[in-house]
Design a protein around this ligand. Structure first.
Ligand code: CTP
Length: 400
């Protein structure tokens, strides 16, 4: 496998007894054709002399943030050239600093300035690893897409047996290969993603909508773009900032979303309908403002909006169609029904009664059901991680 041939791996080495294992990591990476740029924290230099890594990587090791006589290797140039940043071993200190956004040395500034994926292989004493603050820091980093490899349970430097031993160099390198491989797996493909709620106006100041925030759809757009797809994001009103790399359209009502989706459908390889499209809209639309003077009140009459996804299902041919389904009961049965009626390849079902699932929150708990009836449960995780799982599934469906 030459997945990492000619890739630039920035290897951050921090102050841990496991620093010596970084030598093996460099050897394995170079054996596979990668270029390794070692960066050491000051603490790491107490464990292994930089010369060891310099010799193995055939490259100067960066230790200081401000190196004299070498303007080329700054934190910015390192951050930009990296295809992936691997921190192995990662101490509790570096994990804490990254989680807090601190940038006070060459490794932390580079990690903050890079767009490359960041992989962290922790190594520390078991009590430190189980410390709640450290666990919180890991959780925060995971939520923004940082990946963790290990640690493992085993014999620690202290002689105790516990959780905290760095994963084996071969495992770390395998994980890194998979990351690089999946990074570009949608290169050359175009996907349309819809997100957010729609607004169905009643008059100039009022509308009917849902609690949808757009978080799931935006996470899908961002992840798709990170994996090389060209993304067209059509969003109803949302407070979120659209990801930089996507072609973005903002719409208000279901009818507007319908029009924009139909306009773009011909040019895409697939559609993910994550938007919470309003099924109905008011028949009336008061040009001005509905007045309080209507003493008897009034009945609001609604008509059905077009079902965008169902219409796409009729036109789909070999395009991939992914729908969402939010239910409060009979989740799987309802989801399977939708899959069939709308002619979908995949339905992402969420049970709105579960804690940490559905509208507005940062996490989701979903069940993926494909057209062959295969059911996969993804336990509670960040919407970014859910997005990864959905794209992985789409990849498999496209390979079939
Ligand atoms: N959808 C759509 N156009 C609509 C309504 C929904 O494209 N007018 C899409 C959503 O983006 C989502 C899926 O269809 O991907 C949801 O299906 P839907 O039938 O709306 O689910 P529910 O509203 O939950 O349906 P029901 O009320 O019939 O259970």
């Amino acid at each position: 496998m030459d997945t990492i041939k000619d890739k630039n791996v920035l290897l951050g080495i921090t102050g841990s007894i496991a620093a010596y294992k970084a030598a093996e990591i460099i050897r394995l990476l170079r054996e596979r054709g990668a270029r390794v740029y070692p960066v050491m924290t000051q603490a790491a230099t107490h464990f292994v002399h930089p010369l060891t890594f310099q010799t193995l990587a055939s490259r100067k090791v960066t230790v200081k943030l401000f190196e004299e006589n070498d303007e080329k290797i700054s934190h910015i140039s390192l951050a930009q050239l990296a295809d992936v940043v691997l921190i192995a071993p990662a101490s509790a200190n570096i994990i804490g600093k990254l989680s807090g956004g601190i940038a006070d040395d060459i490794l932390t500034t580079t990690a903050l300035a890079t767009r490359a994926p960041i992989l962290i292989a922790p190594a520390m004493n078991n009590v430190m690893y189980e410390n709640l603050l450290l666990q919180e820091n890991i959780k925060r980093l995971k939520a923004i897409g940082v990946s963790f490899i290990g640690p493992e349970k085993g014999k620690l430097a202290s002689g105790e047996i516990g959780m905290g031993r760095m994963s084996a160099p071969s495992q770390i390198v395998e994980y890194l290969e998979r990351t690089i491989q999946s990074k570009d797996d949608f290169q050359g493909k175009t996907f349309l993603v819809t997100a957010g709620p729609t607004r169905e106006p009643l008059d100039k100041v009022r509308f009917i909508t849902s609690f949808s925030s757009g978080k799931m759809g935006y996470a899908l757009a961002e992840e798709g773009a990170a994996r090389g797809a060209s993304i067209i994001l059509i969003s109803g009103p949302s407070l979120l900032e659209p990801p930089r790399e996507v072609e973005f359209y903002s719409v208000e009502s279901a009818l507007e979303m319908h029009e924009k989706v139909m306009e773009k459908f011909a040019q895409v390889d697939g559609v993910i309908m994550a938007a919470a499209v309003s099924d109905y809209r008011p028949t009336m639309k008061e040009a001005g403002k509905i007045k309080k003077s209507l003493k008897e009140g009034f009945a609001l009459k609604l008509v059905q909006n077009p079902d965008i996804l169902k219409e796409l299902g009729r036109k789909k041919r070999n395009k991939i169609l992914v729908g969402f389904c939010a239910e409060v009961k009979n989740l799987e049965r309802e989801a399977k029904k939708k899959l069939e009626v709308k002619n979908l390849d995949l339905v992402v079902a969420n049970d709105l009664t579960l804690e940490g699932a559905g509208f507005g929150v940062d996490t989701n708990v979903v069940t993926l059901i494909d057209k062959e009836g295969k059911v996969e449960h993804l336990s509670k995780r960040s919407k970014k991680e859910v997005a990864k799982g959905i794209w992985d599934k789409i990849k498999k469906l496209m390979e079939r």
